[in-house]
Design a protein around this ligand. Structure first.
Ligand code: FES
Ligand SMILES: [Fe+2]
Length: 431
């Protein structure tokens, strides 16, 4: 049974708290690089800290504390020039290490204090696969994990983000909860569509630990034993990353009561479109509520997950829950978090922190999905799969993106161009 005090410990994200310190040992995605193409300054909140991300004239990124060291104006209303990020209030400018590179009036009157003594708090950033990551922990920073999925070629990638008004841990606990697929996604979708149909039942679940987190499999009615592939189709990477096949779902802890959902999708193009490469990875913000009713959207997969997460409250009252056999993964995950918080307190690295560059050349999965997932499919087979998946959920007839509501038209067009097809083709290929 989880006490109120324990629950508080697990859900705090700020500096100096046990969980806040654990979370500070990992890199977290805070923006799509494409966002900074459009506007080079973005306000960011991560682990309870207000920050500002900017892209300098030289193309490099800086991440600074939000409030200017002078008289605390909001630097997210600043602008970028040759000196770095310039505060709009009195024009002080900072480089990406937080040095004051210009303080116009003080420079004029020969006061060197701002340049010599003032330091705006600054954090390191890295970019990978069209995402900008931030690290708020102690130096030396670990390596930014180069997961195998980021290495796959010939795929159309897109980044989808959505603010989620609840604590990150309840989102991450959902990642080690296999039985919810049957109910939250399959059966609820059937019910919403007015269908009597029911998904095949779960007969058993298996949660295995691997070096970076958990891999799980399910025995499903009618499917017999777990095959090696289905066994490991879903991976959880400590502490807050889910990899259910061909995409990453980051549950980025904004603060104790807010999460940023950052999802990075990879969709291999059919055989006849290879080789394929993208100049830049498009990004968009998902639609999560119905503007007319103000209710959560319930039709798309991660929208359904969102309903479950936020429905538990801003911070779920774990003292009132009843953990049972289906929650085996949740219990294992919590135990690992406690061990990892203890490790951090002892000055050790927690699970999944990588410091060896050789190891990080590519971090492989515990199964061989590369051959299964990146092999180019012949167009006919590819179309049939696409049609089946688009028919399986509740998504609108023209909506081929079943994960999140609100995919913009221009992203859908880019996707169709990359794949070389029109949606009608996929529908026509249904048996
Ligand atoms: S508050 Fe930023 S320059 Fe004065
Ligand atoms: Fe889910």
């Amino acid at each position: 049974m989880v006490t109120v005090e324990t629950n508080r410990e697990w859900t705090r994200t700020t500096k100096g708290t046990r969980m806040g310190e654990l979370l500070r040992r990992y890199w977290h995605p805070v923006a799509a690089a494409g966002e900074l193409d459009q506007h080079p300054v973005k306000p960011v909140r991560l682990l309870g800290e207000d920050l500002v991300l900017y892209r300098g004239k030289d193309g490099s990124y800086g991440l600074l504390a939000r409030h200017c060291a002078h008289r605390r104006a909001d630097l997210s209303y600043g602008y970028v020039d040759d000196c770095g990020l310039r505060c709009s209030y009195h024009g002080w400018a900072y480089d990406r290490e937080g040095h004051c590179t210009s303080a116009p009036f003080e420079d004029e009157v020969g006061n060197r204090f701002p340049r010599e003594r003032v330091r705006q708090p600054a954090y390191p950033t890295r970019t990978m696969a069209g995402l900008v990551f931030a690290y708020l922990g102690p130096q030396p920073a670990p390596l930014l994990p180069n997961w195998e999925l980021f290495e796959y070629e010939n795929g159309f990638c897109q980044i989808v983000m959505a603010p989620v008004p609840c604590n990150w841990l309840q989102c991450a606990e959902n990642d080690v909860d296999p039985v919810h697929f049957e109910w939250l996604h399959a059966n609820w979708s059937f019910a919403q569509a007015g269908k009597e149909e029911r998904a095949p039942r779960h007969l058993g679940i298996q949660i295995d630990e691997w070096e970076y987190g958990y891999a799980y499999g399910r025995v499903i009615e009618g499917s017999g034993e777990l095959t090696p592939f289905s066994r490991y189709r879903r991976l959880h990477l400590m502490p807050n990353l889910f990899m259910p096949g061909l995409h990453f779902e980051y549950r980025v802890p904004v603060d104790d009561e807010n999460t940023l959902s950052v999802v990075w999708f990879y969709d291999p193009v059919p055989d006849d479109r290879r080789p394929f490469a993208q100049d830049s990875i498009p990004y968009w913000y998902a639609r999560t509520t119905d503007p007319q009713t103000g209710r959560w959207i319930t039709t798309h997969v991660i929208n359904q997950d969102t309903v479950a997460w936020v429905g538990q409250g801003r911070i779920v009252d774990r003292e009132n829950e009843h953990l049972v056999r289906s929650d085996r993964g949740v219990a294992m995950f919590r135990r690992r978090l406690i061990e990892d918080m203890n490790k951090v307190e002892r000055g050790e690295d927690p699970t999944g922190v990588i410091r060896d560059p050789l190891k990080n050349k590519v971090v492989h999965w515990p199964d061989d999905r590369r051959s299964v997932l990146t092999k180019g499919l012949p167009r006919d087979e590819w179309l049939a799969r696409k049609a089946r998946s688009s028919e399986s959920g509740l998504v609108g007839t023209n909506d081929y993106f079943s994960f999140y509501a609100g995919q913009p038209e221009h992203v859908r067009r880019l996707y169709e161009e990359a794949m070389g097809y029109e949606p009608a083709q996929a529908r026509a290929s249904l048996p």
